[in-house]
Design a protein around this ligand. Structure first.
Ligand SMILES: Nc1ncnc2c1ncn2[C@@H]1O[C@H](COP(=O)(O)OP(=O)(O)OP(=O)(O)O)[C@@H](O)[C@H]1O
Ligand SMILES: [Mg+2]
Length: 423
């Protein structure tokens, strides 16, 4: 039994840190003084060079101050199960993924230790139900996460799946036995668990099923990029290579990169050098050439993060107000688009379908039908999407669908679990 443990919800978009010391719980420590809510730390890293690093909100400001020069990293959690992603180049030196995550964790550990005036060598980490559908990749992700935690100085490392952590938070509300489906839709993964909740406590045997899929907020942002913005960057252009007869389109791998916030932010021209180099000699109309050159500007000037910030903001506005006016200007690049809820719901439907397929899978694993579920508890920023809420209410009935704190439930549940089981 440990006397104290740090608790961390290391999220694709946001990280929250808490602690338990001698049975006392400290939930959501205010570790990012630059964040609008200092307890919610954006999972962002910025390295202007190999000697200095910035984290959270400060990373954004420092990136701007350095004129977008240096290595800026967003959604790093999504790369954990990606075998081909070894790390990132900082000052021409490859820094391994586990090292990058360790830098972030170590900084959070130091800030928490300073805030609480207490040293930690134990950590309870949240983890998605599945980092990947492929178990070898899931194991790789867990191995890398553990390595990062060890490098950050933790000797005792424990995990709790994020939806089960959220279930622990919600469990306080139940005195009599109820079947609850917990829905945690974040930036990178959508996680589900069915739990038999009773008497304010969850035992292992109460967890009837757990499942998850790596489709969440970032994919919705990507769908806005794909359907509204990428056309300004040459996504629809056709061209002919020199001496070639075939009409070619933008390579799918390049388009996929452009439509992923984590990938575009780290996108380096080197990876698609042949494409950009070819651009100079291709048989392509002047209008299309201009668009492709704008993509080159985005990549060269490291503007991926800024464009995706604007897209994310537009997504939240569309969701709240029904439409958003998207305006982005940088030198010759000017993007003006209105985005309406109906079209957003339509072009992002493939992602909503995948999320609901996984929800059905979770019910199937629990051998339950929708009508067997007493309550649905939602958490995670993406659970606020109207398309998700409407579909949940249609599937289960309006009264059964309830929402907790979108950003805090996983951490609160991790704290509760740590008090009951670790300390
Ligand atoms: N009001 C809102 N409407 C729609 N989406 C929102 C809203 N607020 C936040 N989001 C989205 O929620 C996501 C972040 O949610 P959250 O902080 O729960 O994710 P996370 O815990 O970092 O990720 P994960 O658990 O998947 O690793 C982002 O994609 C963000 O754009
Ligand atoms: Mg989360």
């Amino acid at each position: 039994m440990k006397q104290s443990t740090l608790v961390m919800d290391f999220g694709t978009s946001n990280t929250l840190v808490g602690a338990v010391i001698d049975g006392k719980s400290f939930s959501a420590l205010p570790l990012d003084p630059f964040s609008p809510d200092p307890t919610v730390i954006r999972t962002l890293l910025f390295f202007p060079d190999g000697n200095k690093a910035y984290y959270g909100h400060e990373a954004i400001d420092a990136y701007e101050d350095h004129d977008f020069e240096g290595r800026f990293i967003k959604s790093i959690k999504k790369f954990l199960p990606v075998q081909s992603y070894l790390g990132s180049y900082i000052d021409n030196r490859m820094v391994k993924l586990e090292d990058l995550i360790h830098f972030f964790m170590l900084e959070m550990k130091k800030r928490a230790e300073k805030h609480l005036n207490h040293q930690f060598d134990s950590i309870l980490l949240g983890r998605p139900a599945k980092y990947s559908q492929d178990s070898a990749k899931d194991n790789l992700a867990l191995y890398r996460m553990t390595k990062a935690a060890e490098l950050a100085g933790f000797k005792y490392i424990a995990y709790l799946p994020e939806p089960i952590a959220a279930a622990h938070d919600f469990s306080s509300e139940f005195q009599e036995s109820k079947l609850v489906l917990v829905v945690d839709l974040g930036g990178g993964t959508s996680d589900f668990t069915v739990v038999n909740m009773h008497k304010n406590k969850i035992q292992q045997e109460d967890v009837l099923a757990i499942s998850g899929v790596p489709v969440a907020g970032d994919k919705y942002d990507g769908s806005i990029m794909e359907h509204k913005i990428a056309k300004y960057l040459g996504a629809n252009v056709t061209y002919r290579a020199p001496l070639g007869k075939n009409i070619l389109q933008m390579p799918k791998a390049l388009l996929d990169h452009i439509c992923s916030p984590g990938d575009l932010t780290q996108f380096h021209k080197k990876e698609f050098y042949a494409f950009f180099k070819g651009l100079k000699s291709w048989n392509v109309s002047s209008e299309n050439r201009k668009k492709l050159e704008l993509l080159e500007v985005i990549v060269d000037d490291n503007l991926g993060f800024k464009v995706f910030e604007a897209i994310e903001k537009a997504k939240v506005t569309v969701n709240l107000e029904g439409s958003a006016h998207f305006h982005y200007k940088y030198t010759d690049l000017e993007i003006i688009e209105d985005i309406h809820r109906d079209e957003f719901d339509t072009f992002s439907q493939k992602h909503t379908n995948k999320i609901f397929d996984e929800l059905h899978e979770c019910l199937k694993l629990a051998q339950l039908k929708p009508e067997d579920i007493d309550f649905i508890y939602c958490t995670g920023g993406t659970s606020k999407l109207n398309s998700i809420q409407t579909r949940l209410k249609k599937m289960f009935s309006e009264e059964k669908v309830q929402s907790g704190n979108a950003f805090n439930s996983v951490l609160a549940g991790l704290n509760k679990y740590a008090i009951e089981n670790l300390c």
